[in-house]
Ligand binder design. Structure first.
Ligand code: PLP
Length: 413
């Protein structure tokens, strides 16, 4: 469900015509709907009936501080994976006690920043990481809260690159004995506080099966820890719920939460979820202009540097004309960008009646869209605009050519 709809053949985001935004800010441009973001967050937060819970929005999916500030105002906590995301969340006004720090490779600087900020928990993924946090917490003489991310060996998720819960993936600790041993060590340390368990099995997951299995395995592990005198207060079941890019029919947040509640019924652990895509994907579109038509190619002004997903993992995005004044064409086009790579495309085999100068909206681009953008081919990044009813706000301006070289220096010989 989103708030991008046609009115008199013009595509609107809420009450604002995308063509008006394109005229004002140029293209390519990311446009987000506030109503969609708020609705999707509340689909999670209103669905828990029985369990103590917290929804930590996954910053990696959409990290603009205006968006984080909005979600923070609606009660969200945050799942972060870097010092940069910690900085963003704090700048957006997040309560550190609602921040979970995930990720396999936290640097010493990032660990120290997390401890200093007073975050809710580090989700650690290796013995080495435990040793690093222990050392830093001891040096700082400040307590560090820790949960252990375990690898449940569950196959779920869309593309191979976004499956994270299989034994062969780099994520989590896959031996139950090791988890137990590590939890004991954390529990006994003067400056470490054992919080609980974390488990994230992948992204763009379209069935409840994997989630249910992961919840059952986590519960078993909780019991094992409790039986060994280790108190589990927090259970983080990650994110991963899929969205309809094409005609997929993913379960709703409510169905996911009902599944989890069934498994954890009667328990006291705080359940944390870390949804990203299912909150942000449908909240955003990438608006682009057709520069040229050439054979089967629509060459647009947006490219893989703006939206990497198709080039990175053959992801599908639907494309809609911003002004629908013609019948759909029988001709099939590939929507490509100006970048010098054959893999630079945004959509393939789309049937659309296209003319040079027309505007197109690449849909479901809110998650893993702008955050993955780059300056490849020395292309300034697109602006981001947040629509709220009939108002809109420029929440990140378009980069300038000067921005491209701002950090560079020519050495003086
Ligand atoms: C640890 C963790 N939590 C949450 C997420 C968010 O996943 P999604 O955007 O699929 O909800 C990810 C994404 O890969 C992740 O690695």
């Amino acid at each position: 469900m989103d708030y991008f709809n046609y009115k008199n053949n013009q595509l609107f985001c809420e009450e604002v015509a995308l063509s008006d935004l394109a005229e004002k800010y140029g293209t390519p441009a990311y446009v987000y709907s506030k109503k969609t973001l708020v609705r999707h967050l509340s689909a999670y937060s209103n669905s828990f009936e029985k369990l103590n819970n917290m929804i930590c929005f996954s910053v990696k999916s959409l990290g603009n501080i205006a968006i984080l500030n909005l979600l923070n105002s609606q009660g969200a906590g945050f799942d972060i994976v870097s010092g940069g995301e910690l900085f963003r969340a704090l700048k957006a006004g997040a309560d550190p006690k609602k921040i979970i720090f995930s990720g396999v490779g936290k640097s010493s600087v990032e660990v120290a920043a997390g401890i200093k900020a007073g975050i809710l928990s580090f989700n650690i993924e290796s013995i080495s990481e435990y040793e690093r946090i222990k050392k830093i917490a001891n040096e700082m003489q400040v307590s560090a809260p820790i949960s252990i991310r375990f690898n449940p060996d569950i196959h779920a998720g869309g593309h191979d690159y976004i499956s994270t819960g299989r034994k062969e993936d780099k994520f989590g600790i896959d031996s139950e004995e090791q988890v137990l041993e590590l939890a004991q060590k954390i529990n006994e340390d003067e400056y470490l506080i054992f919080k609980g368990l974390a488990c994230h099995i992948g992204s763009q997951i379209l069935s409840l099966d994997g989630f249910e299995k992961a919840a059952i395995k986590t519960l078993k592990l909780c019991d094992n820890l409790n039986n060994n005198g280790i108190n589990v207060t927090l259970v983080d079941l990650g994110g991963g719920l899929g969205v309809p890019y094409k005609e997929e029919e993913p379960p709703s947040p409510k169905e996911l939460i009902q599944t989890i509640e069934k498994v954890f019924i009667g328990r006291n652990e705080q359940i944390i979820l870390e949804p990203g895509r299912s909150i942000s994907a449908n909240s955003g579109v990438l608006v682009t202009k057709i520069e040229y038509l050439k054979n089967k190619f629509i060459i647009a002004d947006a490219a893989m540097n703006d939206l990497l997903r198709p080039a990175l993992y053959q992801a599908h995005h639907s494309v809609m004309p911003v002004i629908k004044n013609k019948e759909a064409s029988d001709m099939e086009y590939d929507l490509v960008g100006p970048i010098c790579e054959t893999g630079d495309y945004l959509a393939k085999n789309i049937k659309i009646n296209a003319e040079e100068g027309d505007l197109l909206a690449v849909k479901t681009a809110g998650a893993y869209g702008f955050v993955m953008s780059s300056n490849y081919n020395a292309r300034p990044r697109a602006p981001e605009i947040l629509v709220d009813g009939s108002n809109h706000y420029l929440i990140r301006r378009r980069e300038t050519l000067e921005d491209l070289i701002d950090l560079e220096e020519i050495p003086i010989a």
